[in-house]
Design a protein around this ligand. Structure first.
Ligand code: SF4
Length: 344
């Protein structure tokens, strides 16, 4: 039986042979792609359908059922729904919002390799994700140009090996955990053979949207690498972190993986002090450190999510009053060409 994973336009399309078909792969295969089904599952007005269909033509809807199950039925303003439902607002053009807001094209070296900051290199491992976030800063990324086999990764690996100043590699995407554990283990083995590397960082939304992705083979290769594993998850609202996610994060923490979270400040999702406080508290209780709160990257189609920086600063001030210092994320924005994230 063959399982097909649908990607965004231009993204990789991963197909894998089963059996055995693992639980998380089944979840990806069963994800909701049709706006009509999403509206019907949540008892939402069918009047939303025409605009959802039009916006989904530019960036398809993709939402796993276990993620949808955490949304409130009948509420078009649900903070999880807002992250995945295509809206008319995405069709509005705004000259301040572009296809490449963070300068990925200028930072690109060998195929799949981005160099932005000293000592770290980033591999865009795949264009496939387990959820399509409407505000994604890489929603227009040219994923079709990425390497698709270990052989095609050779130039990037050679460039990393040739630079003694690097000590950390970041696996990003898309979502790197959409690759099979076999592929990830292979790639990690090659990275671990580069002596100057000491850390492996993985940016992923999978433990949040499909917690079953944190399966035994994943834990095995994370435990088995000599590189110190750091997993940066992406949650924007406490309602995303249900008991299944909590169990998945506990498995990772118990395996010695350092867990960090990055959020994006999003209008209508988490732009109030209570939502951000609840998120930080929940993360810390789950042994995940709130790392970054990102100002929205100005990507075309996402202008309606932007929160003014003055409002963001006020929210962070309130968080400082309510939370211990370690639970307050750093409020930053990414500036194309800058040597690090810029504090807001
Ligand atoms: S924000 Fe992350 S998980 Fe969401 S669509 Fe973009 S790359 Fe994929």
């Amino acid at each position: 039986m063959e399982l097909q994973i649908v990607s965004r336009p231009g993204g990789n399309v991963a197909t894998r042979s089963t059996p055995p078909e693992s639980h998380w792969q089944r979840s990806v295969g069963r994800a909701v792609r049709d706006p009509e089904e999403l509206l019907s599952l949540l008892d939402l007005p069918p009047g939303l359908l025409p605009e959802a269909r039009r916006a989904a033509e530019l960036f398809p809807l993709f939402a796993p059922r276990e993620y949808i199950a955490r949304m409130r039925p009948g509420d078009p303003a649900d903070p999880l729904l807002r992250q995945v439902l295509p809206l008319r607002d995405e069709l509005v053009t705004n000259p301040r919002f572009s296809a490449d807001p963070v300068g990925d094209a200028a930072a690109s070296c060998s195929p799949g390799l981005l160099r932005k900051y000293r000592t770290r290199a980033l591999l865009v491992t795949t264009g496939v994700c387990a959820v399509h976030c409407r505000y994604c800063f890489r929603r227009h990324y040219p994923y079709e140009e990425l390497p698709r086999s270990l052989q095609q990764w050779e130039p990037a690996l050679a460039e990393i090996a040739a630079d003694p100043t690097l000590d950390e590699v970041i696996l990003s995407g898309g979502d790197p955990l959409m690759l099979t554990d076999g592929r990830l283990r292979e790639l990690t083995l090659r990275l671990a053979a580069i002596p100057q590397l000491t850390r492996l960082r993985i940016h992923t939304r999978l433990p949040v949207v499909i917690p079953a992705r944190v399966c035994e083979p994943l834990i095995d290769w994370l435990r088995g690498t000599r590189l110190a594993p750091i997993l940066v998850i992406h949650a924007n609202h406490a309602a995303e972190l249900d008991e299944d996610v909590a169990a998945a994060l506990a498995r990772l923490a118990d395996a010695g993986v350092v867990l960090l979270n990055q959020s994006v400040l999003l209008r209508g999702v988490n732009d109030d002090a209570d939502a951000l406080t609840d998120l930080s508290r929940r993360l810390v209780d789950l042994r995940v450190m709130p790392y970054y709160l990102h100002q929205l990257d100005r990507v075309a189609g996402a202008a309606h999510f932007e929160v003014p920086e003055a409002r963001g600063r006020e929210l962070v001030k309130q968080l400082r009053r309510r939370l211990p210092g370690y639970a307050v994320p750093r409020y930053v924005r990414e500036v194309a060409g800058a040597e690090s994230k810029v504090p807001v």
